[in-house]
Design a protein around this ligand. Structure first.
Ligand code: NAI
Ligand code: UGA
Length: 436
C-alpha cells in the first residue's frame, strides 16, 4: 500500500516506519526541511529505543522515503495520515492550525480513491469538519476520511504500535474500514480487536483514554499526599488495592505529576470541549489542578526539610518527563528547576538523553554533568525526578562519600525507605510512611 505520513514527529516517524517495516511504501512528509534532510542521511531527530536502526534499514530497503513535497507524494497515495502536532492554545483548546494547513494543501492533489486519515489527537467534530472542507475544496462527493487515534507511549513506541491492545478506526464510509484493516492486520494478534465506529466516537475514545489514565495518576497522587499526613505508606496501599482486579496496578504509581506532550494538553482540551457544550467537566478540572500542585510536591519537601536554600547545591537526577525518551515537554523537572533557581540554589543535573533539550530551553542556568554520580560532588541533597533504570540500584556507599549531606528526595519512590534509613540516609519519597 502507498502511504503518506504528514508530520514526522514522535507519532508520524514511528508509525510511518512501522508501516514501512510491514512492507508498505511509506513517504514521511514534514515542513521542517532540516528534519527531512537529516532523516535522509540517517539522522533521527528524537530518541526512541529501536527507532534509528528501523528507520535506516527501511530507508535503505527503499520502502521509507522522506520529503517536504506534497506534489511528489500525495497524488499517488492510497492512505494519507495526518500526524501533525495539535498543541494547546492559550484558552486550553487544541490548536488545529497545522492540521487545517495540511488539509488545504492536500485538497487539490487528492486522488479519487485516497483515504485521508487523522492520526493526530483532535477534538470531537474535527474529522467531520475535514470531510466537509475536502468535499467543498475538491467539489467531489466521494471523499473518504477516517479517524485513527494513536495510543503509543513514548519510550515504548515501537512495541506499543506493533503490538497494540486495540486499533480504533472511525469512518464515514465503510470502504475505508477494509483498507485500514488490511494495513493493520500484521499488528493484530489473536484477541487484539480492530474496532470500527463513527468518527465522533473514535475522536472521543482517544481523549477519554488519556483522561482516564491522567485521572488514575492524579487520584493516586492525592492519596499519596494524604498518606504522608496520616502515617500510612502509599506503596502498601497500592499493593492493597491493586490485587483487586477491578482496580489493577497500572498507572497507579505516585510521583511528581504527569508531564509530556499529551496528558496535560488533552485533559485541558477535553475540559474545553465540555465547556463549549455548556458542561462543567469537574473531574477533569480537578485532575488538572491536582497535577499542577503535584509538580511542586518535591520542592515543598525540600524547602520544608532544608529551610533557607540560598547557596545550597542540589543534585538532580532525571530531566525527561519519563524514562526512555528525550522529551521534556511539560516535564516536572522544569518546574522543580525553576523553583530552586528562584531560591538561589546551585543545581547539578544529569539525564541520560534529555540534557541537550534542557540546555536549549534554559541554557546554562544549571550545571550539566556527564554521569549521574558527578552531580553529587559536594551536594546538600539529591532530588530524583525521572525513574531511569540506571538510577534504580546505585552504589549507595559511593554516594555517601560524594554527597555533603546524606539526604535524598525521591519523586519516584525508587528505594526501600527502611534500608535507606539503616544506611544513614535521610530519605523522603512521595506518600511513604513517616514522610513530611
Ligand atoms: N507523542 C506521543 O507520544 C503521542 C502523540 N499523539 C498525538 O499525535 C500528534 C502528533 O504528536 P507528536 O508526534 O508528538 O508531535 P511532534 O511535535 O513531535 O511532531 C509534529 C510534526 O508535524 C510537523 N508539521 C507541523 N505542521 C505541518 C505541516 N503543515 N505539514 C507537514 N508537517 C507539519 C512538525 O514539523 C513536526 O515534525 C498530536 O496530536 C499528539 O497529541 C498521539 C499519541 C501519542
Ligand atoms: O496520547 C499520547 O500522547 C500518549 O499519552 C500517554 O503516553 P506518554 O505521555 O508517552 O507516557 P506515559 O507512560 O503515559 O506517561 C505520562 C506521564 O504520566 C506519568 N505517570 C505514568 C504512570 C504512573 O503510574 N504514574 C505517573 O506519574 C509519567 O511519569 C509521565 O509523566 C499514554 O500512555 C499513551 O497511551 C498515549 O498515546
Amino acid at each position: 500500500m502507498k502511504i503518506v505520513m504528514i508530520g514526522t514527529g514522535y507519532v508520524g516517524l514511528v508509525t510511518g516506519t512501522c508501516f514501512a517495516n510491514s512492507g508498505n511504501d511509506v513517504t514521511c512528509l514534514d515542513i521542517d526541511e532540516k528534519k527531512i534532510e537529516g532523516l535522509k542521511n540517517g539522522k533521527i531527530p528524537i530518541y526512541e529505543p529501536g527507532l534509528t536502526e528501523m528507520v535506516i534499514r527501511n530507508h535503505k530497503a527503499g520502502r521509507l522515503h522522506f520529503t517536504t513535497s506534497y506534489e511528489e507524494s500525495v497524488p499517488d497515495a492510497d492512505c494519507i495520515f495526518i500526524a501533525v502536532g495539535t498543541p494547546q492554545s492559550d484558552d486550553g483548546s487544541a490548536n488545529l492550525k497545522g492540521l487545517w494547513a495540511v488539509v488545504d494543501t492536500i485538497a487539490p492533489l487528492l486522488a479519487d480513491d485516497t483515504i485521508t486519515i487523522i492520526k493526530s489527537t483532535v477534538p470531537v467534530g474535527t474529522n467531520r469538519k475535514m470531510l466537509d472542507r475536502l468535499t467543498e475544496l475538491t467539489g467531489r462527493d466521494n471523499i473518504k476520511v477516517a479517524s485513527n487515534p494513536e495510543f503509543l507511549k513514548e519510550g515504548a513506541a515501537i512495541e506499543d504500535f506493533t503490538k497494540p491492545d486495540r486499533v480504533v478506526v472511525g469512518v464515514n464510509d465503510d470502504r475505508a474500514i477494509k483498507r485500514l484493516h488490511e494495513l493493520y492486520k500484521p499488528f493484530l494478534r489473536t484477541e487484539q480487536p480492530f474496532l470500527s465506529m463513527g468518527l465522533e466516537s473514535a475522536e472521543m475514545t482517544k481523549y477519554v483514554a488519556n483522561c482516564m489514565l491522567a485521572t488514575k495518576i492524579s487520584f493516586i497522587n492525592e492519596m499519596a499526599n494524604l498518606c504522608d499526613l496520616v502515617n500510612a505508606d502509599i506503596n502498601d496501599v497500592r499493593r492493597g488495592i491493586g490485587h483487586d482486579q477491578r482496580i489493577g496496578f497500572q498507572f497507579l504509581f505516585p510521583g511528581v505529576g504527569y508531564g509530556g506532550s499529551c496528558f496535560p494538553k488533552d485533559v485541558r482540551a477535553l475540559i474545553h470541549v465540555a465547556a463549549e457544550n455548556n458542561m462543567n467537566a469537574e473531574i477533569l478540572k480537578s485532575v488538572d489542578d491536582v497535577n499542577d500542585a503535584q509538580k511542586e510536591v518535591l520542592y515543598s519537601k525540600i524547602k520544608k526539610t532544608m529551610g533557607d536554600l540560598k547557596g545550597k547545591t542540589i543534585a538532580l537526577w532525571g530531566l525527561s518527563f519519563k524514562p526512555r525518551t528525550d522529551d521534556i515537554r511539560e516535564a516536572p523537572s522544569l518546574v522543580l528547576i525553576e523553583q530552586l533557581l528562584k531560591e538561589g540554589v546551585n543545581i547539578r543535573v544529569h539525564d541520560p538523553v534529555a540534557m541537550e533539550n534542557v540546555r536549549e530551553e534554559i541554557g546554562d542556568k544549571v550545571e550539566y554533568c556527564e554521569h549521574h554520580y558527578d552531580t553529587l560532588e559536594g551536594a546538600d541533597a539529591l532530588a530524583i525526578v525521572t525513574e531511569w533504570s540506571e538510577f534504580r540500584n546505585p552504589d549507595f556507599d559511593y554516594m555517601k562519600h560524594k554527597l555533603k549531606q546524606m539526604t535524598i528526595f525521591d519523586g519516584r519512590n525508587l528505594y526501600d525507605p527502611k534500608k535507606m534509613t539503616e544506611m544513614g540516609f535521610a530519605y523522603y519519597g512521595i506518600g511513604l510512611k513517616g514522610d513530611l
